[in-house]
Design a protein around this ligand. Structure first.
Ligand SMILES: [Zn+2]
Length: 194
């Protein structure tokens, strides 16, 4: 089942999400539905609030990035087939010299901006079978995880750009809120009245 993706302006995207237990209703189906929804929209990550659920759950599949021209062969190999489910994640460390990368978000169609993040992270989480893990990631994988982790903290990538850049994309964000965004996947927009 493919769910509509919640668009910019919806309050669910601003919630600090709640932890869940392994008894969470329909957890397996929820995760499967999220993967289906993400693949349908050609995304590399999707967080539960983006399908309207304020819970600490996100998924990542960086496979589409493995075809990028500007990455090393080694990085392409790590990105290929990197598919993971993160439950109740806790960011333990974010380190290294900030680097910028042009990010986008399925909840904010047609907006892309350079965002600065640390390259190395240590994250604790539970996998889909509720096995606790602590892992280190770097580069693009870390970046996708950081972007999705921000979602479960109620943070969007547009919060991390300069005031000047924010001014430039204001109209586009307004359009999304007014229901004028038409990506090639289904969205749930707030459609604010003028
Ligand atoms: Zn996003």
């Amino acid at each position: 089942m493919i769910l509509p993706i919640v668009g910019y302006g919806d309050p669910v995207l601003r919630k600090v999400c709640e932890e869940i237990t392994k008894d969470y209703t329909n957890l397996e189906e929820t995760i499967a539905t999220m993967y289906e929804t993400m693949y349908n929209a050609c995304g590399v990550g999707l967080a539960a609030p983006q399908v309207g659920l304020p819970i600490r759950l996100f998924i990542v599949d960086t496979d589409p990035f493995s075809d990028s021209d500007d990455i090393s062969k080694e990085e392409a190999e790590t990105l290929k087939g990197f598919k993971k489910t993160f439950i109740n994640a806790k960011m333990l460390k974010e380190e290294g010299e900030l680097w910028s990368f042009n990010e986008g978000c399925l909840s904010i169609p047609d907006v892309r901006e350079d965002v600065y993040r640390n390259p190395n992270i240590t994250i604790e989480y539970y996998d889909e079978n509720f096995n606790k893990k602590t892992e280190e990631y770097n580069g693009l994988i870390a970046r996708v995880i950081q972007h999705e982790y921000d979602h479960i903290e109620g943070i969007l990538f547009t919060d991390k750009i300069s005031v000047f850049k924010k001014q430039l994309i204001k109209k586009k964000l307004q359009n999304i809120m007014e229901g004028k965004a038409h990506p090639d996947y289904r969205m749930k927009l707030v459609t604010k009245k003028r």
